[in-house]
Design a protein around this ligand. Structure first.
Ligand code: DAH
Length: 344
């Protein structure tokens, strides 16, 4: 009695610890334990020696043992089938961990663009987009730059097929016009996008770059609203300690117009090459939307007012990451690009 129980327990251990591998493991297991000469079969033969009053209990233990052996056998068979159908025959072990593919990183311009969008979204600005090939009306005329206006020379334009009616947009201000023409007020948008200018490529200028345009039109929008919006943006983007100043300026599409500078992040305002020893760097142009622009786009300038601003994403990115030459943004050198990691 005692010995049968011990034998059952030893066999249970043996089955549990059975860890043969390979394509014949299940069959070997079957022969060893479940076959007509297998140890499970044999141990059943010992039942006849068990005292009648113990038969019931021993029968239960033996049954358990048999079920265990059968389960193990099925598991082994399943594992075998899975590995054959998954390429074990071809000598491939698909349970091996794969070679990890390195994650790419976002382009620094995209990181900063997303951050700018994120900041203005918190103020209720929606993102608007427009075409990169633009007509004269949207890029110039509607923005209070009629033909022969000298301010057109401020932006060296690439025309499409030398046709002055079509061009690569020189600024994202063209998207303002498209939004205003839709006729739905109020408008509170930012327009990120690529722009083109026929400039000599240098450390500070390129023939294409990126801008974010902002536009807010409603009743009673004031210059104070513009200032507060841009203060908020600068502090969120560069930190609370950054200083801001507005300088009067000129843009045909705004009146009054201003340019906004921030204290130089490189030298902390003491003066260096980046800020040309002034302690300040210009980051954007802005102003109150010119009444002519509102009227050109079908908005009653007596009833509505608005502010607009435009900034270069490359400029913000260079300041943020202390990049000294903007040509590197479009060279696709992964040693440069891999340095920028962001959750945004
Ligand atoms: N469009 C101007 C440029 O490309 C930037 C700009 C200045 C946009 C003032 C504006 C603005 O909306 O109000 O240089």
């Amino acid at each position: 009695m005692e010995t049968l129980e011990q034998k059952i327990s030893a066999l249970t251990d043996e089955i549990n610890q059975y860890n043969e591998m390979g394509s014949a493991a299940a069959e070997q297991f079957r022969i060893k334990f479940l076959g007509s000469n297998g140890s499970v079969k044999k141990i059943f033969g010992l039942m006849k020696e068990v005292a009648p009053e113990e038969k019931r209990e021993m029968g239960r233990l033996l049954n358990e043992l048999k079920l265990l052996a059968e389960k193990k056998y099925n598991d082994l068979k399943e594992a075998e089938e899975a590995s054959t159908s998954n390429g074990a025959e071809a000598g491939i072990d698909l349970s091996m961990p794969g070679t990890p593919l390195p994650f790419g990183t976002r382009h620094p311009i995209s990181i900063i663009r997303n951050k700018i969008i994120d900041i203005f979204k918190r103020l209720g600005f929606a993102v608007a987009e427009g075409p990169e090939i633009e007509d004269d009306w949207h890029n110039f005329t509607a923005l209070n730059l009629p033909e022969d206006h000298p301010a057109r020379d401020m932006q060296d334009t690439f025309y499409v097929n030398a046709d002055p009616a079509w061009m690569l947009r020189t600024h994202t201000s063209s998207v303002q016009v498209r939004e205003m023409e839709k006729g739905e007020l109020p408008i509170r948008i930012i327009c990120p996008g690529r722009v083109y200018r026929n400039e000599t490529i240098s450390a500070r200028a390129h023939c294409f770059f990126h801008q974010v345009e902002g536009l807010y039109i409603a009743d009673n929008v004031s210059f104070a609203d513009l200032k507060q919006t841009l203060y908020f943006f600068v502090k969120e983007m560069f930190g609370q300690s950054v200083e801001v100043r507005f300088r009067p300026s000129y843009f045909p599409f705004t009146e009054p117009s201003a340019e906004m500078d921030i204290s130089c992040l490189i030298c902390g305002g003491k003066g260096c090459n980046v800020c040309k020893q002034t302690g300040w760097v210009e980051i954007l142009g802005c102003g109150m939307v010119h009444p002519n622009v509102l009227e050109n786009c079908g908005i009653d300038s007596k009833k509505y007012s608005g502010f607009a601003f435009g900034m270069g994403i490359e400029r913000i990115t260079m300041l943020k990451y202390q990049v000294k030459d903007l040509r590197i943004f479009s060279e696709n050198d992964v040693r440069f690009l891999n340095q920028f990691v962001s959750a945004v």
